[in-house]
Design a protein around this ligand. Structure first.
Ligand SMILES: C[S@@+](CC[C@H](N)C(=O)[O-])C[C@H]1O[C@@H](n2cnc3c(N)ncnc32)[C@H](O)[C@@H]1O
Length: 292
């Protein structure tokens, strides 16, 4: 586990054990990283996602509101509802949205996505970003979410896939550090390679018309702003933050880990390059059958 606090222990104890070990934790540093990540990726990930005025939209696992601000800005007039299991994250989300999108219509609920306090078919659209990767049973999660989506409504799911990280200069130490994060995430019940699985997951959860589009980030010295915000502040920060947990779990020696992180920073130098692919899936809740 990363540097965590009472909030995470709270979450682990009272959400049916479903967030068994949230690998990134709820530290201030992680909240900042989520904000940086959402802002640098906003155009890449949110393009094509805008909901009509009056539509009922549920954001699942909103965290500190890093995506909520973009949803609210891109869909003025939509009736947004945002849920998370972490009360502290919700408080930060509320403050972030109030500061960045004043007047946005967002209702906040502390809730477990497996047991949502909403009637069947309560929403026209669902938005789920960087949540499934932390859940032991993402198919069960999607099936549970389908209940609150009206027939014909849409779900948008966005996930990364750490297997898509490749870079120059190549480094086995750097790859091993990313592999170490994947192992920790797996041991916590999650899956850092989930992006490639979104199509079968949504299909098996009963959604129709599933489309998945890879959205790639490639950063090199010609785009120093992207190198700083994505390679350094999003990806390297994410891997580096699990150092203590990786060492405690015996995933790496301190020397190998530190070499891996140093080599990742090398990819952010003027002659380095970094590639990573996110997967954005969209699908539709099936219409009611004539007999239902
Ligand atoms: C990596 S954060 C992503 C937050 C936000 N979607 C974003 O992209 O910035 C994952 C979030 O999912 C929430 N979460 C995990 N399990 C959950 C559950 N069972 N029900 C509701 N929220 C959950 C966590 O509390 C955390 O805030």
């Amino acid at each position: 586990m990363t540097a965590t606090g009472d909030v995470e222990r709270d979450v682990r104890s009272d959400v049916h054990g479903l967030v068994q070990g949230y690998v990134h934790g709820y530290s201030d540093r992680e909240a900042r990283r989520l904000g940086d990540q959402a802002d640098v990726l906003a155009e890449l990930l949110h393009t094509g996602t805008a909901y009509p005025p009056g539509s009922r939209v549920l954001e699942v696992g909103c965290g500190v509101g890093a995506q909520t601000v973009h949803l609210a800005a891109n869909s003025p007039g939509a009736r947004l509802v945002a849920v998370d299991v972490s009360e502290a994250s919700l408080a930060q989300a509320r403050a972030r949205v109030a500061a960045q999108v004043p007047g946005a219509d967002v209702a906040w609920h502390r809730a477990d996505l497996f047991d949502l306090p909403f009637p069947d078919a309560a929403f026209d659209h669902l938005f789920v970003c960087f949540v499934l990767e932390h859940l032991p049973d993402p198919r069960k999660a999607l099936t549970a979410l389908r209940r609150v989506l009206r027939p014909g409504g849409t779900v948008t799911v966005i996930e990364g896939d750490h297997g898509s990280a490749f870079f120059h200069p190549h480094s086995a130490y750097a790859q091993a550090a990313i592999g170490g994060l994947n192992r920790l995430q797996s041991e916590a019940g999650g899956n850092g390679l989930i992006g490639r699985e979104l199509q079968p997951l949504l299909t098996h959860a009963g959604f129709h018309d599933v489309t998945v589009r890879p959205r790639t980030v490639y950063a090199d010295g010609t785009r120093p702003g992207l190198v700083e915000s994505f390679t350094r502040n999003t990806i390297i920060a994410m891997v580096a933050s699990v150092r203590e947990d990786a060492l405690a779990a015996g995933v790496s020696t301190a020397a190998d880990w530190d070499r891996g992180i140093a080599d990742l920073h090398r990819t952010a130098a003027a002659d380095g390059t970094f590639h990573y692919t996110f997967f954005k899936a969209e699908a539709v809740s099936p219409p009611l059958s004539p007999r239902s």
